[in-house]
Design a protein around this ligand. Structure first.
Ligand SMILES: NC(=O)c1ccc[n+]([C@@H]2O[C@H](COP(=O)([O-])OP(=O)(O)OC[C@H]3O[C@@H](n4cnc5c(N)ncnc54)[C@H](O)[C@@H]3O)[C@@H](O)[C@H]2O)c1
Length: 420
């Protein structure tokens, strides 16, 4: 399917896991609003909620955030967005600040859907609450303990409740199309994969008079306990594409890496080199960096099979060579490395329509069914990343069973109630 046809089809195709009252699921009047509460009014939260509001029948009806300035920024931003779309303004009584904002959103009977866009550590901190659909950012958990908790939460999701995890790359039309071909056998037996995620360094967020804990929370990306490190927090998109396209999880991994360039606060590594072994002795060689200052961003996956190869970059030609040669006709960018990094995940090039398609598919699951429950799948990918992280930190091969039995656990070590 080419992009135009895909676009026309409209692709009707956690915890942060607050779990529409079943009575209201699948019973939406055409075009009736699905009322969305956003938890975490940062870069990604605003970007995804904007996409929901612009591309679906969701309307932003409530906001929550730990910090007053970010909540106020969100209120101002969605005030203008809602006005531009003819949606009602967010009522002042639907603004929730502090560490218990998630509970208030979960309990608000005015809401159908909660979008969790907080830092990764909190995705599995928020409890499953009565009756909400949930859109939760990746990763589903930063350690094995959180992954196990998420799997318990997954069992309690009702059949009419929809829970999505933020792997929007799967919904990008060129990627969805090539994945369909790969899964259909276009490459023959897949023998090996390579992948990379080279991203720019992130910038510091600093405020006068803030405490050390507040500084950590605002710079969570650099903090292992809050983010899960770059493999689990960011590189996860490519590792997810690998698992999804070959339909398997890694059995074991070896990894190296470290912090070779970055000198600022934090304990996340700035580079990883990983060798994953999948069933059938398929190897996936993955490398990442997150320290560039030249603005170059390059991420993608290559699959090598008996009948051909597939190239799946964020930017550049998406194609299959060999017996079943095929190319996405609408690639607009020059190639891997020419892409511009978008800290809010709203990429151009091959990912241009990823968010829109993801949000439309999720809303369709709420209004028309069938409901999604993507928690276990999201946990599978998060654990795959933790496998490589553990292999890197411990300088040894780590198997899946070893990870599940002995995986590291992380705690930020501060009391969030200090921000009440
Ligand atoms: N899918 C993607 O492509 C993509 C892209 C970027 C970020 N993300 C994910 O989105 C999430 C948010 O990332 P971001 O870049 O928007 O971060 P951000 O720092 O810009 O925003 C996080 C927001 O959450 C708030 N917050 C922090 N702790 C909170 C808590 N306990 N309760 C309520 N609010 C809290 C912060 O004040 C801030 O407003 C992360 O999980 C990240 O991995 C996904």
């Amino acid at each position: 399917m080419d992009r135009r046809r895909f676009v026309q089809a409209g692709s009707a195709s956690i915890s942060g896991m607050l779990l529409l009252k079943p009575g209201t699921a699948f019973g939406y009047e055409t075009n009736s609003a699905v009322r969305l509460g956003l938890l975490g009014c940062g870069n990604r939260g605003k970007s995804v909620a904007t996409s929901f509001a612009q591309n679906t029948q969701a309307q932003v009806a409530a906001l929550g955030d730990l910090f007053a300035d970010n909540l106020a920024g969100g209120h101002d931003y969605f005030g203008k967005l809602n006005a531009s779309l003819g949606h009602p303004a967010v009522d002042a009584k639907m603004l929730f600040r502090g560490p218990h904002a998630y509970e208030q959103l979960a309990q608000a009977k005015e809401l159908d859907l909660v979008q969790i866009s907080t830092p990764p550590f909190f995705h599995v901190q928020h409890p499953v609450a009565a009756g909400k659909h949930v859109y939760c950012e990746k990763p589903v958990g930063i350690d094995v303990q959180q992954a196990k908790e998420a799997l318990e939460i997954a069992k309690r999701v009702k059949s009419t409740q929809s829970v999505d995890v933020g792997f929007q790359c799967r919904n990008a039309p060129p990627i969805a199309t090539i994945a369909e071909k790969i899964k259909g056998g276009a490459l023959g037996k897949i023998g090996a994969l390579t992948g990379n995620y080279n991203a720019p360094a992130s910038t510091e967020k600093k405020r006068e008079g803030e405490s050390a804990d507040e500084y950590r929370l605002r710079n969570w990306l650099w903090d292992r306990a809050l983010s899960g490190d770059i493999l689990v927090e960011q590189n996860i998109h490519i590792i997810d594409l690998c698992n999804w396209m070959i339909g398997a999880r890694p059995l074991k991994a070896t990894a190296t890496g470290g912090r070779n360039i970055l000198t600022h606060f934090g304990d996340c590594w700035d580079n990883y080199q990983v060798d994953f072994t999948y069933p059938g002795d398929i190897h996936f060689s993955f490398a990442s960096t997150q320290f560039g200052t030249d603005g170059v961003f390059d991420a993608g996956l290559k699959l090598f099979g008996a009948s051909g190869s597939a190239t799946v970059p964020y930017s550049g030609p998406i194609q299959i060579t060999g017996a079943n040669a095929w190319a996405w006709q609408d690639s607009t960018s020059a190639g891997p490395g020419s892409g511009k990094f978008a800290a809010n995940g709203a990429f151009s090039d091959n990912l241009a329509f990823a968010d829109r398609e993801k949000e439309r598919a999720f809303l369709a699951s709420i209004t028309d069914g069938p409901a999604h429950n993507q928690i276990a799948d999201g946990v599978g990918t998060a654990l795959s990343c933790m496998l490589a992280r553990m292999a890197g930190y411990q300088h040894r091969e780590v198997t899946w069973d070893d990870l599940i039995a002995n995986g590291e656990t992380y705690q930020p070590g501060f009391d969030l109630d200090q921000f009440a």
